[in-house]
Structures are given as structure tokens and as C-alpha cells.
Ligand binder design. Structure first.
Ligand SMILES: Nc1ncnc2c1ncn2[C@@H]1O[C@H](COP(=O)(O)OP(=O)(O)OP(=O)(O)O)[C@@H](O)[C@H]1O
Ligand SMILES: [Mg+2]
Length: 240
């Protein structure tokens, strides 16, 4: 299968005169899981935000499903079929589980019937959430809150789901649950891009891994290959 997403020579940053990404190249093959690893501040979240429309590339192109999406607004990117589960906590604690899910369908709010259907589908997929659908999201456990974020990301049947640090701050058991969810999504045929600090687990659930350092992709390879050189890669980041 071909590339679903292709990032070419992308330069981007938060200010006009400061670039964080210095010509990033990356391809996601349809139906595969790809991981980006790299030290803190390497620009991983910045890259993901640029793909999702929060930052506009100053140079380069981002082609998704055969269409240029570089510079589109976040809601337009969602409509194209890309869903984003951010690194920052994204639930609204005083709203119910159901209401939090509805917010994931903001771009189809004009079609309440379809929105309701989509919400029910997600609730069927996550029985824990279904049982607590009327509960305030802030009352859920950490793992359930993560599930809610993931569920909300799946609401509109995306072609590509992007997870930025999906297991950050989670207890090991919950992290395993999240990786299981990610594996399940891949089995359903979704294309997945994730950024992960849990380098070993991230690489092991992914088909391909890119290494990012100082705003550039500095390496990468298929799972087995990256797995065997992981120690050297991490040693390189630590500078010894
Ligand atoms: N909102 C922002 N405004 C200005 N600069 C930012 C902003 N967010 C990040 N940066 C800067 O961009 C650079 C890359 O940050 P980014 O968050 O992309 O790194 P990261 O690889 O995701 O790191 P981490 O592993 O810590 O999540 C850093 O130097 C950071 O200070
Ligand atoms: Mg980050």
C-alpha cells in the first residue's frame, strides 16, 4: 500500500523568526503504525501540531490521501480524516462522558442524528465508558479518562489517528491497556502515528520508527532494526 501521509521538507515554528522544524521528511504507509521517538524538545509535538493544522508550515508540503493539507485549519484537517489525541490532558472534567464525546463531533454538529450515532458507536466500543456515560469525566480514573480521549479521537471514523505521548503519566497497567487499544485499532485497518517517550514499548507496537533530534529526522527503520540499535540510539541522545 502507498503512503497515506507524506511530509516533505517541512519547516515550521511558533514565531516567524525561530524555526523548530528544519526540513522534516516522513511517510506513513496506509494501515501501519509509525512511531516518532526523540529527546525532549526535539520537535515531536511541534511536528504533530503542524500536521494537524495548529501551525502553518513556512516551507514544504504535507500531502494526505493525495491532497495538500499543509496550512489548513485544524477543523479542516479533522474533516479530511485525521484525528489527534494531544499530549496535554484534553477532557472537560465538569462535563459528562457523553458530553465530552459530543465535543469530538463538533465539526458535524449540524447533523445531530449522525453525531448521536457516532457517540453510541464509541460507547459500544468502550463498555466502561458506556456504564459511566452520565458521570462527570473528572470522576473517571486516569485510565478511563485516557480511554475517553481515545474514544473521542475515533468518533468521526478517521483514516489516521495521531497520538502524542498516549501513555505519559499512566501507571504501567494502564499503559499496557493503551498499547492494546492501539494494536486493536491497527487490526481494524487504521493508520496510526504516535509519539512516545516509552521508547521500547513505542517501537515494539510500531511497524516503523522515526528518530527525531533537534527538529530533524535523523534516522529510522522497521521495528526489528530499531529494536536492536535502541541502546546506541538512546546513548546518543544522552551524549555519551
Ligand atoms: N507553544 C510554544 N511556543 C513557543 N515555543 C514552543 C511551544 N511549544 C514548544 N515550543 C518549543 O519548541 C521546541 C520543541 O518542542 P516540542 O514540544 O515540539 O518538543 P517534543 O519533542 O514534543 O518534546 P517532549 O518530548 O518534551 O514532549 C522546544 O524548544 C520548545 O521550547
Ligand atoms: Mg511533546
Amino acid at each position: 500500500m502507498g503512503a497515506l501521509l507524506s511530509v516533505k521538507e517541512v519547516v515550521a515554528g511558533y514565531y516567524e523568526d525561530v524555526d523548530i522544524l528544519h526540513g522534516v521528511n516522513l511517510e506513513l504507509i496506509e494501515g501501519t503504525t509509525t512511531c516518532i521517538i526523540g529527546p525532549n524538545g526535539a520537535g515531536k509535538s511541534t511536528l504533530v501540531k503542524t500536521i494537524c493544522g495548529f501551525l502553518k508550515p513556512k516551507v514544504g508540503s504535507i500531502v494526505f490521501n493525495g491532497e495538500e493539507i499543509g496550512g489548513l485549519k485544524p477543523h479542516e484537517v479533522i474533516r479530511k480524516g485525521i484525528s489527534y489525541v494531544p499530549q496535554e490532558k484534553g477532557i472537560f472534567p465538569y462535563m459528562t462522558v457523553e458530553e465530552n464525546l459530543m465535543l469530538g463531533g463538533w465539526v458535524i454538529r449540524d447533523d445531530p442524528g449522525r453525531l448521536r450515532e457516532c457517540v453510541e458507536e464509541v460507547l459500544d466500543k468502550f463498555p466502561n465508558l458506556k456504564r459511566k456515560r452520565k458521570m462527570r469525566a473528572g470522576m473517571l480514573s486516569g485510565g478511563e479518562q485516557k480511554m475517553l480521549e481515545v474514544g473521542r479521537g475515533l468518533l468521526l471514523h478517521p483514516k489516521l489517528v495521531i497520538f502524542d505521548e498516549p501513555t505519559a503519566g499512566l501507571a504501567p497497567k494502564l499503559a499496557i491497556m493503551v498499547y492494546d487499544i492501539i494494536r486493536g485499532l491497527k487490526e481494524e485497518g487504521l493508520t496510526i502515528l504516535m509519539v512516545d517517550q516509552n521508547v521500547r514499548q513505542g517501537v515494539s507496537v510500531s511497524d516503523y520508527t522515526y528518530i527525531m533530534e533537534q527538529g530533524r529526522i535523523t534516522g529510522g527503520g522497521p521495528r526489528e532494526e530499531v529494536m536492536t540499535s535502541l541502546k546506541e540510539i538512546i546513548r546518543g541522545w544522552l551524549g555519551f
